[in-house]
Design a protein around this ligand. Structure first.
Ligand SMILES: Cc1ncc(C[n+]2csc(CCOP(=O)(O)OP(=O)(O)O)c2C)c(N)n1
Ligand SMILES: [Mg+2]
Length: 622
């Protein structure tokens, strides 16, 4: 008989998590930086007791909202290139379902996070317990089943010994570059407290080695042939470049070959913004140069990209009739997209092998020069928008410019939803690979402040600038309290434009005149078109414990940022009203948003005609 240790299921779980490590390139670290949690009857006596017992082994963090604790964990893991994350515990019912949005963020963005929602009793005599969803066709259903489609691994631990086989699977998925995302272990409250004689081997230190897998050698040779045969190749860099830490190898590859690159939201910062071949943003929110080059390219080399509709401009970005794709991706699923030649492997080692196979291939000098000219033109366009100064209110582009200019290269800008992501994608001058943090896989309003907390925890030596719209701020802002509690400085720049500039603009573009997108009183006409709602964001932030600065113009904003930089030990919130009408336009791009096929309004009918014309450019890549 091997040795055993008698523990509750929760104690065994927490002890196991404290002993999991990862290693890549010879660097080793604990995989879990801690456990976030909000307690209720579904986890207080089980997981809560275990966290107290093992407080010296793994740190507990208190959040304000179960959704935001998952955002914090995801942002942390993204900043750590997926090599470290948190576990998140909740009670049953609403505490659990609050984490579902967070689970989707993790899974859509391919970021590891371990979710531990409490679950209804496994025993059942107590049913229906407070917050239980009853089902007339099964007793084996709870709200935690809702995690299934948004988890890469899902299990319910109904007997304590099930942990022994489930935990290694959970870790395999969390640490798998190709499969990672949310992992959910639903924990019935009674099982959490049940004791079992666990084999002590379960609690030994375990190091999960993160592989750098290499593609099929013959595929590499073929890819090299395709590149040599191409006249206008282009690279689309995605988040995989960062997660693989392939930035330096990519830069060497681009310098050597002269192939220009465009960056997706997740891939921005793959190369410094001022690299002459880096066209910056590509796709629906792309730069002029990136989108013109993409349109003409006869070969697209996708590196670590999922080709979301924003990246592919809803499949209108690549118009060369002969265009073909080579996709470098750890996930077979992404590598095969667009009927590509799939190089299933880690970005860094695959690029090294491809570079060796290519020999001294270079694009012709005219093509390289053209790309460099676009790059210089774009820089001038950014400069123009940074200094628009139309007044009386400052524009969003200017705010981005002031924050960019006054932040240090290693600092991080963070955002997720609204009109800011598109503007940041185009305008932010990224100088450090981890300097740009956009959650644009799920584009979740409410990620911003919780995410900023996660990034700050992952990189305390950097300043973190959370740029957040008023709508997203109102959606979820309470992790400001956690920043106060943990004495962490995050600089929140809140751009108040009285509602949804993004969706308002979208609504106008489909001829619906911004219906339902402004923060205004209801009037006698029964529309929300009265006076602007009197929301005092500064007072709101201050009430949560943040240091607050009100700004109303460029000079104020610059002073406020300097004050924030000098501030220590807690969050700073700068509130500034911006001009909703001074928008940054699109550049050679399009995004498919379906327009009503029949409508009473003539302008909607016209919008539909335009839509159908634009839609005709959408391509299948076969
Ligand atoms: C949770 C969530 N609900 C709805 C949306 C759809 N949506 C995208 S942007 C947006 C408005 C954002 O408003 P704000 O943060 O003020 O930014 P602005 O559009 O004014 O730049 C909405 C409702 C979303 N992305 N996330
Ligand atoms: Mg707004």
């Amino acid at each position: 008989m091997s040795k055993t240790k008698r523990l509750t299921m929760s104690q065994a779980l927490i002890l196991y998590l404290a002993n999991q490590y990862v290693e890549r390139d010879g660097k080793e670290n604990a995989f879990f930086a801690g456990v976030w949690g909000i307690f209720g009857h579904g986890n207080v006596a089980g997981v809560g007791q275990a966290l107290q017992q093992y407080a010296d082994k793994i740190r507990y963090y208190q959040s304000r909202n179960e959704q935001s604790q998952v955002h914090t964990a995801v942002a942390y893991a993204k900043m750590k290139n997926r090599l470290q994350t948190f576990a998140c515990t909740s009670s049953i019912g609403p505490g659990a379902t609050n984490m579902i949005t967070g689970a989707a963020v993790a899974t859509v963005n391919r970021i590891p996070v371990l979710l531990l929602p409490g679950d209804i009793f496994a025993e059942r005599i107590q049913a229906p317990v407070l917050q239980q969803l009853e089902s007339e066709h099964s007793q084996d259903i709870s709200v935690n089943d809702c995690f299934k489609p948004v988890s890469r691994y899902w299990d319910r631990i109904s007997r304590p010994e099930q942990l022994i086989t489930s935990l290694p699977e959970a870790m395999r998925v969390l640490t798998s570059p190709a499969e990672t995302g949310a992992v959910t272990l639903a924990l019935p409250q009674d099982t959490q407290t049940e004791a079992y004689d666990y084999p002590i081997g379960l609690f030994e230190k375990r190091v999960w080695r993160i592989p750098r897998n290499r593609p099929d050698a013959a595929f590499i040779q073929q890819a090299a042939e395709w590149i040599r045969a191409s006249k206008k190749p282009m690279i689309v860099a995605g988040g995989g470049v960062h997660y693989s830490e392939a930035n330096a190898v990519l830069q060497a590859f681009v310098d050597k070959t002269g192939i220009p690159i465009g960056e997706s939201q997740a891939g921005k910062g793959s190369l410094p913004y001022n690299h002459p071949l880096n066209q910056g943003a590509i796709g629906a929110t792309g730069t002029e140069g990136a989108n013109i080059l993409a349109r003409e390219a006869d070969l697209i080399i996708g590196i670590g990209t999922r080709y979301s509709d924003f990246t592919s401009a809803s499949k209108t970005a690549f118009q060369n009739p002969d265009v073909r794709f080579i996709n470098i991706n750890v996930a077979e699923f992404d590598a095969y997209k667009h009927h590509a030649l799939p190089l299933v492997g880690d970005a860094r080692v695959t690029l090294e092998e491809l570079s060796a196979a290519l020999g001294d291939y270079q694009v012709d000098s005219d093509y390289r020069a053209r790309a460099q000219a676009y790059d210089a033109q774009w820089d001038a366009e950014v400069e123009r928008i940074y200094n628009l100064e139309r007044g009386p209110l400052i524009s969003q582009g200017e705010v981005i410019g002031v924050v960019n200019t006054l932040s240090r290269p290693q600092d991080v800008v963070l955002c997720a939803a609204g009109s800011l992501p598109g503007d940041l994608h185009k305008l932010w001058r990224t100088r450090d690979p981890k300097g740009y943090h956009l959650e644009y896989g799920f584009s979740t309003m409410g990620y911003e402040i919780a995410g900023g907390l996660g990034v700050k925890m992952a990189a305390p030596e950097r300043d973190v600038y959370v740029m957040v719209g008023d709508g997203s701020y109102l959606m979820l802002n309470t992790e400001i309290v956690t920043m106060v509690q943990e004495k962490l400085k995050v600089i929140i720049v809140l751009l108040d434009n009285h509602g949804f500039a993004s969706i308002g603009g979208l609504s106008k573009s489909v001829s619906s005149d911004g219906f339902g997108t402004k923060y205004r009183y209801r009037t006698e006409s029964d529309h929300l078109d009265g006076d602007t709602l009197p929301i005092d964001y500064a007072a709101n932030c201050a009430s949560l414990g943040a240091h607050v600065i009100r700004a109303s113009n460029r000079d104020d904003l610059a002073d406020a940022l300097r004050e924030a930089q000098a501030h220590e030990g807690g969050p700073v919130c700068i509130v500034i009203e911006v001009d909703r009408r001074q928008r940054v336009g699109g550049y050679e791009s399009w995004w498919d948003v379906a327009v009503a096929e029949v409508a009473e309004s003539a302008s909607v009918q016209e919008a539909r005609e335009d839509y159908e014309k634009a839609k005709a450019r959408e391509q299948y890549y076969l």
